[in-house]
Design a protein around this ligand. Structure first.
Ligand code: ADP
Length: 490
């Protein structure tokens, strides 16, 4: 099959969040299975050019119709770790992608609409006719709309549109001008609640809603999140349109890059291990303690790795830390927040606990330390308020580290409570709590710490159960292919 990804991010060249990892991981899996995959990205000035091999101009003069004129673009080609990528560089006064950052500009909707339009125009002009055009998140959500309203009539009638929503909080809500710029026009036609009109702002169109209406299939990043966005406020107002189109909407769990996250070959950990040599994990625990000046006492080590953001349940993270050190455990936190208030709160906590030999707070981003923490910790907490998929808990399982998570989104699809899950015993791999309050997280922490202290062999089993799971791209790769096949022949 011939698949083209249209995305504003792809790891590691242009990465802001999980979207980038999914585009890269899924594309690689699909390529390994023998499909032809190409990725179209904006040519940002701030990209990691050191990850692009053989970058060269491939299509010097792409003229993209834009409002009542055309924008001259140059299209580049290069390999990103073996994947074929095209980079679109517009030459206009707007200077859309040469601004030193990926996002954060007042004309964001216009920038991304331009990129989406240019991608479609590139496919058209170069006679590329992919079986599937797979767009991602609000940034490229107009792709299915453009395909079905404009490009289908220009010879792209055999292409099918797949759209993946990685986070429903960001939908791309903009004004009528987008319609005129992209060539869609006809506001009276698109300003219809069954098409692009935003359900809450009558003067706005909603890109993500457009994708849900027009795509042949819309997916999100875990089955549970797919349910939540349809049935709870997690859909941020898109629940109704999801119901209308529910026969072409579903959740596919994200995969994890099993090469990058592999306790057997991880260059960042001193003692590589696997399930048969799990006892070596404790050498990594010792190394972690040494590096972070923690006491070498007989205590479980609990960790948090991730953004310190309201979504992640900061009050619960903080509470877990205090509970752990007051109940015979140690705690390591690695995280940072773009919000000064949250960062300061954790800096204050760090200063207050400065002399405590049982905890360490590392405020900042540190990839290498993250690897050592996943390998060295006994347990990891993920008390998210909402979580479309979540990678932390999956990485923890891969490293035999027992996850303690809140029952929400993708966390619920990946972690099964040791005591209360209805799964067979060997499939239970962690601890799950439900309410986002102190009692909830305390109950899970106390069960986990208790098992570690009193039933070490049972705890060991739990670690091995986690290690036995396969959360690589293998299964989701097949799931996406199944959907592609289905929409091709529908
Ligand atoms: P989200 O995408 O919402 O931030 P995920 O759980 O999907 O959360 O992914 C988080 C990823 O970012 C994980 O790979 C985690 O290890 C990494 N990460 C987050 N914060 C840090 C940090 N401060 N230092 C190192 N890695 C981090």
């Amino acid at each position: 099959m011939y698949i083209v990804m249209v995305s504003s991010e792809c790891a590691p060249v242009a990465k802001v969040g999980g979207l980038a990892d999914v585009v890269f991981g899924l594309s690689r899996e699909l390529s390994l299975r023998g499909n032809a995959v190409e990725i179209i990205l904006p040519k940002y000035d701030c990209m990691r050019y050191d990850h692009i091999w053989g970058l060269q101009v491939t299509y010097p003069d792409l003229w993209v119709p834009w409002f009542n004129y055309s924008v001259h673009c140059t299209v580049y080609f290069g390999f990103v770790h073996g994947l074929k990528c095209f980079f679109i560089e517009p030459h206009s006064e707007d200077n859309f992608f040469n601004r030193g950052a990926y996002y954060g500009f007042p004309d964001e909707a216009l920038r991304m609409a331009f990129f989406t339009k240019a991608s479609m125009e590139f496919l058209l002009k170069t006679n590329k006719r992919p079986d599937i055009i797979h767009s991602h998140d609000w940034q490229t959500a107009l792709s299915p709309v453009l395909l079905y309203e404009l490009y289908r009539h220009k010879g792209m009638d055999n292409c099918r549109a797949m759209h993946t929503i990685h986070n429903f909080k960001h939908q791309g809500v903009a004004g009528e001008n987008i319609l005129w710029f992209t060539g869609l026009g006809r506001p009276d036609y698109y300003y219809d609640l069954a098409r692009l009109k935003d359900d809450f702002n009558p003067s706005a169109i909603n890109f993500t809603k457009g994708a849900i209406v027009y795509a042949n299939f819309t997916s999100t990043v875990s089955p549970r999140y797919a349910w939540e966005v349809k049935h709870t406020d997690q859909g941020y107002g898109l629940g109704h349109i999801l119901h209308v189109h529910q026969q072409k909407f579903g959740g596919i769990l994200n995969g994890l890059d099993y090469d990058m996250w592999n306790p057997e070959t991880d260059p960042h950990i001193p003692a590589p291990y696997q399930s048969k040599t799990i006892e070596k994990k404790y050498r990594n625990k010792e190394e972690l303690r040494e590096r972070l000046w923690l006491a070498k006492s007989y205590k479980p080590l609990i960790a948090y790795v991730g953004r310190l953001d309201g979504q992640k349940g900061v009050h619960l993270i903080r509470h877990a830390l205090l509970y752990a050190i007051n109940h015979g455990a140690q705690f390591v936190l690695l995280g940072s927040s773009p919000e000064a208030g949250i960062n300061n709160e954790f800096w204050d906590l760090k200063h207050a606990l400065n002399d405590n030999p049982d905890c360490h707070l590392e405020i900042g981003y540190n990839e290498e330390l993250a690897h050592l923490i996943y390998a060295g910790a006994d347990m990891i907490v993920v008390p998210s308020i909402f979580e479309p998929c979540g990678l932390t808990q999956v990485i923890a399982l891969r490293y035999g580290t027992v996850p303690i998570v809140r029952a929400v989104g993708g966390l619920m699809d990946t972690v099964f409570d040791r005591d209360y899950s209805n799964k067979p015993e060997e499939e239970r791999n962690g601890y799950v709590f439900h309410e986002a309050d102190f009692q909830g997280i305390e109950s899970a922490l106390s069960r986990a710490i208790g098992l570690w202290n009193h039933y070490p062999e049972e705890f060991n089993k739990l670690m091995l159960h986690g290690l036995a799971y396969d959360y690589s791209w293998n299964n989701p790769g097949q799931d996406y292919l199944n959907v592609y096949e289905w929409i091709r022949h529908k």
